[in-house]
Write a protein that binds this ligand. Structure first.
Ligand SMILES: Cc1cc2nc3c(=O)[nH]c(=O)nc-3n(C[C@H](O)[C@H](O)[C@H](O)COP(=O)(O)OP(=O)(O)OC[C@H]3O[C@@H](n4cnc5c(N)ncnc54)[C@H](O)[C@@H]3O)c2cc1C
Ligand SMILES: *[C@@H]1O[C@H](CO)[C@@H](O)[C@H](O)[C@H]1NC(C)=O
Ligand SMILES: *[C@@H]1O[C@H](CO)[C@@H](O)[C@H](O)[C@H]1NC(C)=O
Ligand SMILES: *[C@@H]1O[C@H](CO)[C@@H](O)[C@H](O)[C@H]1NC(C)=O
Ligand SMILES: *[C@@H]1O[C@H](CO)[C@@H](O)[C@H](O)[C@H]1NC(C)=O
Ligand SMILES: *[C@@H]1O[C@H](CO)[C@@H](O)[C@H](O)[C@H]1NC(C)=O
Ligand SMILES: *[C@@H]1O[C@H](CO)[C@@H](O)[C@H](O)[C@H]1NC(C)=O
Ligand SMILES: *[C@@H]1O[C@H](CO)[C@@H](O)[C@H](O)[C@H]1NC(C)=O
Length: 631
């Protein structure tokens, strides 16, 4: 099972509607230019930083991006192509080499030996171009750990990040067709001057309203404002879609494209960075530039102030290791000379797995499946999209509820499960960082001030198994957001163009499977309630009679929901950290990491909004350090 997206029929009638401005440098021209900052990775965080720094016309920034620039590409921009169900011919975004690096995990013992796809955006905009467009922020308790427990100071608390959540947003309140009441305080949580258009789905299928009612009947709390520190419960779910144009708003079309004509911002596409070049003077190690490969030729570009690595959770550690920065024992295996022994690089990988279940609905139930088998409906919705930028092709998930474990199984059961978990962890090998993280996670689990699961849905079949013709389905999507297992990403070759070895170590802690079994059983009560009226389609009742069968179902039906973090952790060096609270790599004079890898610990929701906030804050930290004019 995987989030496979089909090229929606809309993509066939729309072409690339906007063209690239003449901003892209050639490989050799780029190398000959003078830059204050070189940013590796024109993705979510990298473009945000580059655009903020070049607000000062005296600051020159060069961006190296491996993917292509695809302004106006409907496969990226039509929201529905991100959430459409499986297509036997492949996928539109994730799984498609035009947009995705196509990484896979190593075989996972926790998944009975299976490897799973780990998509990453390879295009200008990075993973923000290929993600599922859900826009949420985490709990106050989670960010406050970053500032206190992990020692990063008030800038990285929830209240320190709040101005940056707002700074990234151009928010439009939900319309009256959202099947949820919003709290009047919601507007105060959001910004209206930022780059990313944030709105709420204006199209809902016939299952969402009953699902919301039934969730509340089953005891989930109703939350009219999830964005000021408590995201838990059934709440209005934001999405990064321009509500007027009906298109995905992402780093490529919302940060870069409007500023592409800046003379001091130069983007090189189709170029893979292979090494940061260092100069060592006494004990000072400073970066002087970056090597990159285009069409088999290696070039070097200079950076007079800093190199900023924004290649993402998998590829930032990869580039650091190729450059000699990392665990020197690992580097020695590939004959890479050690520049700096920094063993935290590539460790502490955390991800959000997802598992699911699907349900069928009586004939006549309107879900996105109707796009698949009802040609009248499909044509009607395509026309609505083309003429008014509305309708089913703009659908984004309307339910994605972060929940505490208590809210699903009660306090007594939570305590019993915690007792087992604590007993397991007492014999589980752990690093100094894991010890601190586990205590924080157990405290949050007990206090119930952070979600451990996210209960979501997509009103369509085809994700978990084949969908019958003429049948309407809804898929329950359950994310696990505070796993205890820890993985790693490291080089596996001295060839800089080879993929990194990604081992997430999913399900090493049995609690992670146990809470999924409980969550799936809860989901069955939810979807088959009288209010909702679904019939179980998968897992078939006969396949999950015993606990052992449920366990097997979970281990064979779990994938990644693609929120990897933590491999360049912003924690103290003594705990295995890679960057300090100014995002500077420990032991290097002028290299920062700004991307999802710096999260010290994961958060209980989807993560892109936090990545933009990290990048906005990071840009301000750099401006302060170099006295660059703030705008
Ligand atoms: C399929 C999918 C669905 C998701 N769904 C959601 C969602 O619904 N909501 C949500 O909040 N989050 C979601 N996420 C997560 C979110 O999109 C990412 O966490 C976030 O975009 C990561 O930003 P980043 O800046 O760290 O990395 P990226 O945006 O991935 O940027 C890294 C960039 O660096 C480039 N690069 C890497 N190595 C090199 C190199 N050596 N040389 C040159 N360029 C290089 C890459 O091509 C890429 O453009 C999803 C992610 C995926 C993949
Ligand atoms: C980059 O730096 C190297 C080493 O200092 C120097 O030889 C080269 O001329 C510089 N390139 C540019 C374009 O300034
Ligand atoms: C899948 O590919 C087949 C053969 O090329 C084609 O006939 C069919 O229309 C494709 N289906 C979709 C949904 O693209
Ligand atoms: C080392 O770097 C520090 C801080 O950038 C600087 O003050 C110092 O002069 C440098 N020393 C050498 C030997 O370059
Ligand atoms: C460095 O890597 C080696 C080989 O994988 C490992 O044995 C060692 O524990 C690592 N060092 C640290 C400090 O993590
Ligand atoms: C699909 O279902 C509808 C409603 O139940 C029915 O009217 C129609 O005949 C079915 N179409 C096909 C091709 O089976
Ligand atoms: C197909 O879609 C049309 C247009 O929305 C609708 O009127 C019709 O009832 C749908 N048919 C079925 C079988 O659901
Ligand atoms: C605790 O673990 C034991 C042994 O694995 C198991 O039998 C029991 O069901 C577990 N209890 C809970 C509440 O998870």
């Amino acid at each position: 099972m995987r989030f496979a997206a089909q090229v929606s029929a809309a993509t066939l009638v729309l072409g690339l509607s906007r063209t690239a401005a003449a901003v892209e440098a050639t490989a050799s021209d780029f190398a000959s230019q003078k830059f204050d900052f070189v940013v590796v990775g024109g993705g979510t965080a990298g473009l945000t930083v580059a655009v903020r720094l070049t607000e000062d016309p005296n600051i020159r920034v060069g961006v190296i991006e491996a993917g292509q620039y695809r302004p106006g590409d409907p496969v990226i921009e039509v929201p529905q192509s991100a959430v459409a169900p499986g297509n036997p011919n492949g996928t539109a975004l994730a799984g498609n080499p035009t947009y995705d690096w196509l990484f896979t995990s190593t075989p996972q013992p926790g998944f009975n030996g299976a490897s799973i796809p780990l998509p990453r955006g390879k295009v200008v905009g990075g993973s923000s171009a290929i993600n599922e467009i859900v826009w949420q922020r985490g709990a106050k308790a989670e960010y406050d750990l970053w500032s206190t427990t992990f020692g990063n100071g008030p800038r990285w608390s929830f209240s320190g990040l709040l101005p940056y959540f707002r700074k990234a947003e151009n928010w439009t309140p939900p319309g009256s067709n959202l099947p949820l009441q919003v709290s009047p305080s919601l507007a105060s949580a959001h910004g209206t001057q930022g780059q990313i258009s944030v709105s709420y789905t204006s199209f809902t299928s016939s299952v969402e309203k009953p699902l919301i009612q039934a969730a509340v009947q089953l005891g989930l709390k109703y939350n009219g404002n999830p964005d000021l520190g408590d995201p838990t419960g059934v709440a209005p779910i934001g999405r990064n879609v321009d509500p007027v144009k009906g298109i995905r708003s992402y780093a490529g079309n919302s940060y870069y494209e409007p500023n592409a004509a800046r003379k001091n911002l130069v983007l090189l596409t189709g170029a893979q960075a292979t090494k940061i070049v260092f100069k060592t003077t006494g004990k000072n190690i400073s970066a002087t530039g970056v090597q990159y490969v285009v069409g088999g030729t290696t070039y070097t570009v200079n950076a007079t102030k800093e190199v900023i690595v924004s290649a993402g959770t998998f590829q930032t550690p990869h580039l650091l290791e190729l450059s000699g920065v990392g665990n020197k024992t690992i580097l020695a295996q590939y004959n890479i000379p050690s520049v700096l022994d920094l063993p935290g690089v590539g460790q502490n990988l955390m991800d959000h797995p997802f598992t699911g279940s699907d349900f069928s609905f009586p004939p006549g139930t309107l879900t996105l499946d109707s796009l698949r088998f009802n040609a009248t409906f499909r044509t009607e919705q395509q026309n609505l999209y083309t003429s008014q930028h509305k309708g089913a092709l703009t659908y984004t998930p309307a339910i994605n509820s972060p929940v505490t474990l208590q809210s699903l199984v009660g306090t007594a059961e939570t305590n019993a499960m915690m007792k087992n978990l604590t007993a397991f962890l007492s014999t589980f090998p752990q690093t100094p960082l894991q010890k601190v993280q586990y205590q924080a996670q157990l405290d949050m689990l007990k206090a119930g001030d952070a979600p451990f699961l996210v209960m979501g849905e997509l009103p369509t079949g085809g994700f978990l198994g084949p969908a019958d013709f003429n049948t309407s389905y809804t898929t329950a999507v359950i994310m696990q957001v505070h796993p205890f297992s820890r993985g790693s990403v490291h080089i596996g070759s001295s060839d800089p163009l080879a993929a990194p070895i990604i081992n997430p170590h999913y399900f090493e802690v049995p609690f992670e499977v146990d809470i999924y079994v409980k969550a799936l059983q809860w989901t069955q009560r939810w979807f088959t309630s009288k209010t909702v009226g679904g019939a179980v389609h998968l897992p078939a009742a006969s396949d999950v009679k015993t606990d052992a069968q449920w366990d097997t179902y979970v281990r064979t039906h779990t994938q990644s929901v693609n929120h990897p973090i933590g491999t360049s952790a912003m924690v103290p060096l003594s705990m295995g950290g890679v960057v300090d609270s100014n995002l500077k790599v420990y032991g290097l004079q002028n290299v920062r990491v700004i991307d999802a890898g710096i999260f010290p610990l994961t958060i209980g929701t989807v993560i892109q909004q936090t990545v933009y906030a990290i990048a906005e804050q990071g840009a301000d930290i750099i401006k302060e350090a170099w006295n660059i004019k703030a705008y």
